[in-house]
Ligand binder design. Structure first.
Ligand code: ATP
Length: 350
């Protein structure tokens, strides 16, 4: 059931249009991430939903009500920003109670609600601390509790993890997702970090220059990117020229190697098309029977995987293999074999 609808949203700053005809329907309880490079307009769309920016055109509808011209304080929205933005002169309790006091709730009700929120973020024991006495991760959990305390209809998260170090980022994103699911709150999360978006979202909107290039589940976005931009922005990608041998039988030639792929080929025999290959679609193997044989140009030991670059059809291509403690990683200059999983080959539409 659609809960939040963004209809033909546009935004210009002066003569520069930064959001172009942005459309999206978000279901109740859904977690949607806006993912894209710096400057693509993610924050501007989020700020229009919050009411901090007025759309140049289009509308924002929440639970059937047009909110496009409502002031931010008239929208029932909770927001968490990148910088912790807690009130420095208030302790944790008062920070979380802030929205409830503004709403004029009775004291006893405020106390119960703040306690509930602090238990939810496991910081009940720090209610009397001030923001400067908290770690970055703790401050963001308080910011989340403060945003959720007034029971908003929609939660907006603007890169809430980017100021934190890597380990805390991962644990806090799991905690955010768990709380979001527990409360069933409709959430929009802005990030430029593809791993973050893939791990946390029900659906992802990949944004490019003020437009949504693709909207889909993390599985769809990663495995079936709709455009070259999506394919290269989300995950590592090898792009190779292939010559169509037989479009009906789905046979291609990549350098000297003939491959049968799973996707339909919409080009004639003899045409050159571009094919994308994720690093994990190839595995190191014995030279005999390998799909490709090539010289190793780099070999990185990344812990759980080994990323090897190999020359294939005149191009340097990355492949990831799981670490096997019994097998030494390949060395530069070595000739190795790679087998390809054809389901990992993607035909790029543009
Ligand atoms: P980042 O990840 O760097 O925050 P973003 O995708 O969220 O990027 P926005 O902050 O939405 O991008 O900005 C989109 C474009 O709009 C940028 O080119 C930015 O410079 C411009 N922009 C944003 N706010 C304003 C403003 N108030 N006045 C003029 N230009 C603005």
């Amino acid at each position: 059931m659609t809960f939040l609808t963004l209809n033909h949203l546009q935004k210009s700053f002066g003569a520069t249009q930064v959001v172009h005809d942005f459309n999206m329907s978000i279901d109740k309880g859904e977690f949607v991430s806006f993912l894209g490079p710096s400057g693509c307009g993610k924050t501007t769309v989020l700020r229009m939903v919050a009411g901090f920016e007025t759309p140049s055109a289009g509308s924002i509808v929440i639970d059937g009500q047009d909110q496009t011209s409502l002031k931010p304080n008239k929208r029932n929205i909770g927001m968490v920003f990148q910088a912790y933005a807690l009130f420095p002169n208030m302790d944790v309790f008062d920070n979380v109670a802030f929205g409830l006091k503004i709403a004029g709730l009775p004291k006893a009700e405020i106390e119960d609600r703040v306690k509930e929120m602090l238990d939810m973020i496991h910081l009940g024991h720090l209610a009397e601390r001030f923001p400067y006495q908290l770690s970055g991760g703790q401050q963001q959990r308080v910011a989340l509790a403060r945003a959720l305390a007034p029971k908003p209809q929609v939660l907006l998260l603007d890169e809430p993890l980017s100021a934190l170090d890597a380990k805390i980022r991962v644990s806090l994103r799991e905690e955010i997702r768990q709380i979001q699911q527990q409360l069933g709150i409709t959430t929009v999360f802005v990030t430029h970090d593809q791993e973050e978006a893939l791990s946390i979202s029900d659906r992802i909107v990949v944004m490019n220059a003020g437009k949504a290039d693709q909207i889909g589940t993390p599985f769809e976005i990663y495995n079936r990117p709709a455009t070259r931009f999506v394919a290269s922005f989300v995950g590592t990608l090898n792009v190779l020229d292939a010559v169509v041998v037989d479009p009906i039988q789905r046979i291609l030639k990549l350098g000297d190697t003939t491959l049968t792929i799973n996707e339909d080929i919409r080009a004639a025999a003899g045409a050159t098309i571009q094919i994308a290959m994720r690093p994990e679609s190839g595995t190191l193997c014995a030279i005999d029977g390998a799909t490709f044989v090539g010289k190793v140009t780099s070999s990185q030991f990344l812990g759980s995987v080994i990323r090897t670059r190999i020359e294939v059809a005149g191009k340097s291509v990355s492949f990831d293999s799981f670490n096997d403690p019994g097998v030494k990683p390949p060395t530069i200059g070595e000739i190795v074999g790679i087998t390809i999983d054809p389901s990992g080959l993607i035909l790029l539409a543009d």
